[in-house]
Design a protein around this ligand. Sequence first.
Ligand code: AOF
Ligand code: ZN
Length: 379
Amino acid sequence: MSAVFSQADHSYMARALQLANKGLYTTDPNPRVGCVIVKDELVVGEGFHLRAGEPHAEVHALNAAGERAQGATAYVTLEPCSHTGRTGPCAQALVVANVARVVVAMVDPNPQVSGQGLQRLEAAGIDVAVGLLESEARALNPGFIARMTAQRPFVRLKMAMSLDGRTAMGSGESQWITGPEARCQVQRLRARSSAILSGVESMIMDDPRLTLRAEQLQLDNADDVVRRQPLRVILDTRLRLPLAAACLNEPGRTLVITTPEHLAEKRERLTQAGAEVHVLPAGSDGRIDLALMLQWLAENEQINELLVETGATLAGAMLDAELVDELQLFVAPTLLGGEARPLFALPGLSRMADQRRLIILDMRAVGRDWRIIASPQPT
Ligand code: AOF
Ligand code: ZN
């Protein structure tokens, strides 16, 4: 394997990453992948993975290149696959097309593929190089990587607050603290997520629909994007979700996760109202075991990115259990005052030594609001 990359290599891989990003809202549960084929310093084929079940990035690019793929270099943001899944193995397609060199940004974390695609290419005498713009490629698929390597989703917690740290008025009224631009960003966070997680308390208080709305996404392919509604997951230990909850009458699935109690009758009524109910064992405190719930979602529902949109209690519990990978906090230039609800319930913290530290990764204006992206530090 060679590992020396030229300036041209960098710019073609950057283009492949840009193409991969076109699948940001549609490939789920598959990863976002892009491919560029270059012959004699000319791009002869480009492609990206659009949707699970449809051809992979390399196949689109090879089809576009045709005969010109012979002796060419292929730039791919993820190791070409070696398995026959919903589509044929891309490594084999590259061999058959007779490309001379393949540059890969990152190895596929999928154990069905990992390393085997590269081996297949090398065995055919193709010059293979790995690791170009790898961190950029990893950033495209945090959820797919987490699911494949740790059997859990990438967890993104989104919250909105006033400048005085409130998430609602004392009455519970909370619509709207942030402006339309911030709400558009939240729609896009939903759109890239496999599922949205909320607690039953927030569902009772706010009755959110937890759906994607084409008009609010403001994307060229919005109509296409909303064809896949993220799974709605509601944690509801004692099955208190109202049968008339708005989300039960929306397109897409609503999954209520509860604990094993004798609530067969309520379970039946919720099912009739349009929910799916799944029972998971409770932790020592009688509540749903959050780490187990995440593992279950990854393994049974193929959840890559999970967006948590909930109130202080569940948000605090997720943070406390160190299950949050990224916090996206929208801050509105307004003061709500009063006895209003705080951002997180973290009752276990009492001394300065207990404080939870975060690293701010990004901070920018979104309309009249501010968006802070931060990652909680392990204690
Ligand atoms: C590639 N190029 O564009 C993508 C790849 O079910 P399938 O057949 O679509 O296979 C999905 C798996 O293939 C997925 O888990 C990941 O390992 C790989 N994705 N591979 O060569 C692509 N999307
Ligand atoms: Zn493939």
